[in-house]
Design a protein around this ligand. Structure first.
Ligand code: HEC
Length: 278
């Protein structure tokens, strides 16, 4: 187990039926990310160019030097990790949106060192007063896994944010301030308006894209799904579903328990969506 977010994903996914797919992702966002987690925003996407730092629309740790920080606890974090007494040196993310975003910014892309790429809606940042930790202190009695590194997203005390893995994203290398419809445009632009395709797209962006990138958008931890299977053929779809089951099953402690998605038809819609991109 090397990935903090994977635990959280298990948690989040277990709770999804309760909370619904609250990920703001939905079908709207977009943006032209060329190089996966290294991607620079392509021109014309109206992100953090004007007020932003020099690093091509990306905000990295050194860009935050000199901003006012403070130390806070996070019961949300401690509960999720089964720790006590953790402390974080933080900045309010809303402040960073003001500073580095522009009028069109409605999401923050979290590029992680481990090829995970999260998307945090600005609405969530505001609603739960999400912060960004530049440093963390964990009580030495707890074994801190190697991947639990700043920068990371922190839910401050007093917020009743539901369990969402994106509220615990760690090991962040850079932030990008984007418009969701731009971020998802390389994918969305290739889709028909067919219901199964659109709902598969929405489901995929909420649950899969941060690890399985497509068309240069998203993370790069999981298999390249467009190359691995032929979704136009029934046999290909079957192989896809079987491979999914073989990997994302509850007995795999390192991976997400996503088996629920097999029973509710979501995976079939994902296949329809992936087929539209092939
Ligand atoms: C936290 C990261 C993560 C998330 C989220 C995730 N996956 Fe995966 N997935 C992986 C990794 C890692 C592998 C294994 C890659 C390998 O074996 O090299 C994998 C493997 C798979 C495989 C098997 C591929 C093969 O060739 O055997 C399928 C199919 C798959 N994922 C589909 C999905 C779908 C659909 C979703 C969303 C419902 C999803 N995954 C969400 C990380 C993730």
């Amino acid at each position: 187990m090397r990935d903090f977010r994977q635990i959280l994903t298990m948690l989040a996914l277990a709770l999804l039926p309760l909370f619904g797919l609250a990920c703001g992702g939905g079908g709207s966002g977009a943006f032209t990310l060329t190089g996966l987690s290294l991607g620079e925003p392509a021109s014309g996407k109206g992100s953090a160019s004007g007020k932003g730092p020099a690093s091509g629309g990306q905000v990295v740790r050194s860009d935050l030097a000199g901003l006012h920080t403070r130390w806070i606890p996070s019961a949300y974090f401690d509960r999720s990790m089964d720790y006590t007494g953790s402390r974080f040196r933080v900045l309010p993310l809303a402040q960073l949106v003001e500073r580095f975003g522009d009028d069109a910014t409605d999401a923050v892309v979290l590029d992680c060192f481990d090829d995970y790429e999260g998307l945090l809606p600005v609405a969530d940042i505001r609603q739960h007063d999400l912060h960004l930790a530049l440093e963390l202190e964990i009580d030495p009695q707890f074994k801190r896994p190697g991947w639990l590194q700043p920068m990371l997203v922190v839910v401050p005390d007093g917020q009743d944010a539901p369990h969402q893995e994106r509220y615990m994203t760690a090991n962040i290398r850079a932030l990008r301030f984007v418009k969701r419809s731009d971020y998802y445009a390389p994918i969305a632009g290739k889709l028909s308006s067919e219901e199964a395709v659109q709902s598969g797209f929405s489901f995929f962006t909420d649950n899969c894209l941060f690890c399985h990138g497509l068309e240069g958008v998203g993370g790069n931890k999981g298999t390249r799904l467009l190359r691995a299977f032929d979704y136009k053929k029934n046999t290909g779809r079957e192989r896809f579903e079987n491979a999914f089951k073989a990997f994302h099953h509850p007995g795999n402690p390192d991976k997400q328990n996503m088996e629920q998605f097999l029973t509710d038809g979501s995976l079939g819609r994902v296949a329809a969506f992936l087929s539209a991109l092939q």
